[in-house]
Design a protein around this ligand. Structure first.
Ligand code: OGA
Ligand code: NI
Length: 348
């Protein structure tokens, strides 16, 4: 894959040195991160211990997960069964990737969102007016054999670490989907089969230190288009989620993973579970790395609310669509406060 001829700019390489950010990163007053006013999530984002999921207390854990999906749209999981070495291995290989010389990294560059492996910057530089303080590598991960040949071959630790991490995360995603199905009083395998041919996408977000973090975002407020997202963060906090009309910081505790409801789970649950706004802020002193996995239906899968969750009291909220249609609208629209879901609402 050749680097795009028109745009060879990666933030990571530009960012060093200048005390000012370029003007295309400066958000208008009124749309800036207010770095000081944000509370730590405390109890706003529940922490759920998954060790009980395979034993006699499954029902209790399933209820906790259901409550978190309904009330916060976000939760953290601990004792999720993924070994520490697998998490560290992935973080380590990801950092090593972003430390490679630009000419090596750029072999993976593309600004075409339909490419299954690509390095890019900001969100969608082909359509956006304002940029975000982020470089990212996106990988399709399921089935691994179909994509691993496209993944970066440098550093040598990257492919094995990412393959190991992706297969552990997939198993966790499937356990969560069955618990979430049960929490909606659906059959345990409901969501797994509703996704049709599954897809799993991973992003490695690299947020360099930023000389003026009060003027820009790593990622502006958005909702994730997929079913559920499972995010690993390095030790640096930067993720914020909207809770009761306020931004709360979702701290990065070692070993914990952050799970959030995406737009497709809002549709499949007929609005019982909400996809929630979140954003990433950057800081002056430390670079930050996060690795979200977006668990999705295949592009041809028709997504619609479970029949069991539609009745007179709960009319169907969204029209049928294929996930491919949805993601096309999502990437075209750019990140924004209004959800892409509004485009698929059943009219009153
Ligand atoms: C995302 C996202 C948050 C973070 O990539 O969709 O919300 O903390 N990332 O990097
Ligand atoms: Ni997100």
């Amino acid at each position: 894959m050749a680097a795009s001829s028109s745009f060879k700019f990666l933030l990571a390489d530009f960012a060093s040195g200048s005390p000012f950010i370029p003007s295309n990163y400066i958000r208008p007053a009124g749309d800036r991160p207010e770095l000081d006013g944000v509370e730590n999530s405390g109890e706003a984002i529940p922490v759920i211990d998954l060790s009980g999921l395979n034993g006699p207390h499954r029902h209790k854990v399933v209820t906790e997960i259901g409550m978190a999906c309904k009330n916060a749209g976000f939760f953290k999981v601990k004792k999720h069964g993924i070994p520490k070495e697998v998490l560290h291995g992935m973080l380590h290989a990801s950092k090593a990737f972003f430390l490679l010389p630009e000419s090596v990294r750029l072999k993976n560059y593309s600004d075409d969102p339909t490419k299954s492996t690509r390095l890019s910057t900001s969100f969608n530089i082909a359509t956006e007016k304002l940029s975000s303080w982020r470089d990212y590598l996106r990988l399709h991960c399921h089935p691994i054999e179909s994509f691993i040949n496209e993944w970066p071959s440098e550093p040598p630790s990257f492919k094995p670490a990412a393959a190991d991490y992706a297969s552990h995360i997939r198993r966790l995603a499937l356990r969560l989907l069955s618990a979430i199905s049960e929490s909606l009083s659906l059959k345990s395998g409901y969501l797994e089969s509703a996704l049709g041919r599954h897809a799993q996408h991973m992003a490695i977000n690299y947020y360099p230190q930023c000389p003026q973090p009060e003027l820009t975002y790593g990622l502006p407020a958005h909702k994730d288009p997929n079913v559920i997202t499972i995010l690993m963060q390095d030790g640096v906090t930067g993720l914020q989620a909207m809770r009761d009309g306020k931004w709360v910081a979702v701290e990065a505790e070692a070993g914990e993973l952050v799970v959030n409801v995406g737009d497709q789970l809002q549709v499949l649950s007929n609005g019982r579970y909400k996809s929630v706004l979140h954003r990433a802020v950057v800081n002056k002193d430390m670079e930050r790395l996060s690795v979200p996995t977006f668990y999705c239906p295949g592009p041809e899968t028709v997504v619609e609310a479970a029949e069991e969750l539609v009745d007179e009291e709960h009319p169907r909220l969204y029209k049928k669509f294929t996930y491919g249609d949805y993601t096309e609208k999502f990437w075209k629209g750019g990140l924004r406060m209004e959800s892409c879901l509004d485009l698929f609402r059943v009219s009153e």
